[in-house]
Design a protein around this ligand. Structure first.
Ligand SMILES: Nc1ncnc2c1ncn2[C@@H]1O[C@H](COP(=O)(O)OP(=O)(O)OP(=O)(O)O)[C@@H](O)[C@H]1O
Ligand SMILES: Nc1ncnc2c1ncn2[C@@H]1O[C@H](COP(=O)(O)OP(=O)(O)OP(=O)(O)O)[C@@H](O)[C@H]1O
Ligand SMILES: [Mg+2]
Ligand SMILES: [Mg+2]
Lengths: 256, 256
């Protein structure tokens, strides 16, 4: 029964898209039915799974703003079992257009309801902000995954993120919880990276995954070929780490 | 006469804050009077110059939303000649609060006018989005600096950024132009980084600085000490590259 995960962190460039794409692909390759919804106007998740954006007539924008049924924009990808709801530049105008709508924070949630049963997992990629698009994702999801880059600046945004998650839980989505914190881009040779990991584990405790995603050039090369790294270079350290993390996400099920 | 530069790119984590902080500091160390305005709710530029955010009563939020004169929030930094207008989490609420104001895109521009004469250069650090805060910075500035990370996903956002700059130029700020494109975090060993550099130079031509900022761990360590890298480790490759780039920015003057 479609479990919805939002991948969130308003700090930019921390690996949200890389996590959404590679976890979704890994879970699909493990035989589950998966949908990836790109809710970022940049559309990186869309091109990360090989969709050519310039040819698209409809996208998630039309679902949110024009109430187009989500099933009309769902596309298959080159990964067996992975579908995607693409995003284009149009989405940049959605926040302003949704601002005055009744229950503007729940538009995505209502759009996902009709197709939720068709998937085992649904992953939402969010933009680097805590605006209306990200709030829609936090309202529509069951659980959040928070990638945190092993860098000093990345620590600063955690308070703001926690406040927003709390606010959404209290007002819009009572069962919302942060299911996983994932440390990303870790270069084990750097003392700073080690310090950041220690601080994050001290702050979040067991929610922090034992899997740490290493800095790995294959992860940044894969999007230029329109493929998740688990297909582009399945033996790379980046692919291996995301497969491990995907197994952890899939084991969430049994905890309910 | 205070020349205002906005450092912009809606793609997250590309080095906007690192560029704003280190160019501002380098220009100040070269003897100019410099103001750094942090217009990002994350407040990374504020902590990047050593300001303790939790102790601040007022910030850029109060300037934008409560019309507090900017001179009341200007702080000195540990860098001789560099002042800062700090940002705190309050700023996260500013976009919604400004949304219905008369000439909401020009609030920052009007706030800077009274203090502009006191500085030779003013640098604006922006959040990873093209919302009202960034539009305010593009409207308040004379020129834009666009950092572009040497990564595939970083290429995707360029069209959207150019559209927004064009729109602001036509409607709000007729003299706005992109003065510098700066390639950041380049690891010269990676083929992908070389390809991205070639594409960016082909697209932007001479606007792309001959200076390329290398990936350099000293740049990411410096903020944890609350110092620009040009103070933390002046001999590092990162500091040297930003000093070079700052010289290029200062030579803009003579071109008017
Ligand atoms: N573990 C890694 N090792 C090396 N490069 C990585 C890794 N994870 C992500 N990258 C690269 O770093 C950049 C930032 O990652 P990504 O775009 O996934 O972050 P994001 O949080 O989605 O960014 P945004 O805030 O703009 O949405 C991308 O170019 C990506 O290819
Ligand atoms: N040349 C570099 N070499 C190594 N690390 C760097 C370099 N430039 C920036 N960094 C680090 O990379 C991370 C992203 O940089 P920075 O925060 O300046 O980007 P940004 O564009 O301001 O991000 P945001 O979109 O969240 O505002 C930071 O942790 C920073 O310390
Ligand atoms: Mg992303
Ligand atoms: Mg920044």
């Amino acid at each position: 029964m479609g479990l919805v995960y939002a991948v969130v962190n308003q700090k930019g460039g921390v690996g949200k898209t890389t996590t959404a794409v590679n976890v979704a692909a890994s879970v699909a390759l493990a035989g589950r039915r998966v949908l990836l919804v790109d809710v970022d106007p940049q559309g990186n998740a869309t091109s990360g799974v090989g969709i050519e954006k310039s040819k698209l007539a409809n996208s998630v924008y039309h679902v949110l703003v024009d109430d187009l049924p989500m099933e009309e924009v769902i596309l298959r990808t080159s990964v067996e079992g992975l579908d995607v709801v693409p995003s284009t530049l149009d989405l940049a105008g959605a926040e302003i257009e949704l601002m005055t709508r009744i229950s503007r924070e729940q538009v995505l949630k209502h759009a996902i309801e009709p197709i939720r049963q068709r998937y085992d997992y649904i992953f939402l990629d969010t933009p680097p902000s805590l605006g209306l698009l990200t709030v829609n994702c936090l309202t529509a999801c069951d659980r959040a995954i928070v990638p945190i880059q092993c860098e000093y600046y990345a620590l600063e945004g955690i308070t703001q993120l926690m406040r927003t998650v709390d606010l959404v839980r209290r007002r819009l989505n009572p069962t919302l919880r942060i299911a996983h914190v994932l440390l990303t881009m870790k270069d084990p040779r750097l003392r700073l990276a080690q310090q950041v990991e220690e601080e994050v584990r001290a702050f979040f405790g067991d929610v922090v995954s034992p899997v740490v995603i290493p800095r790995n050039v294959r992860l940044s090369e894969a999007p230029s070929f329109g493929m998740p790294v688990v297909l582009y270079d399945p033996k790379s350290r980046g692919a291996e780490a995301y497969r491990q993390f995907a197994l952890e996400v899939m084991s969430d099920d049994s905890q309910g």
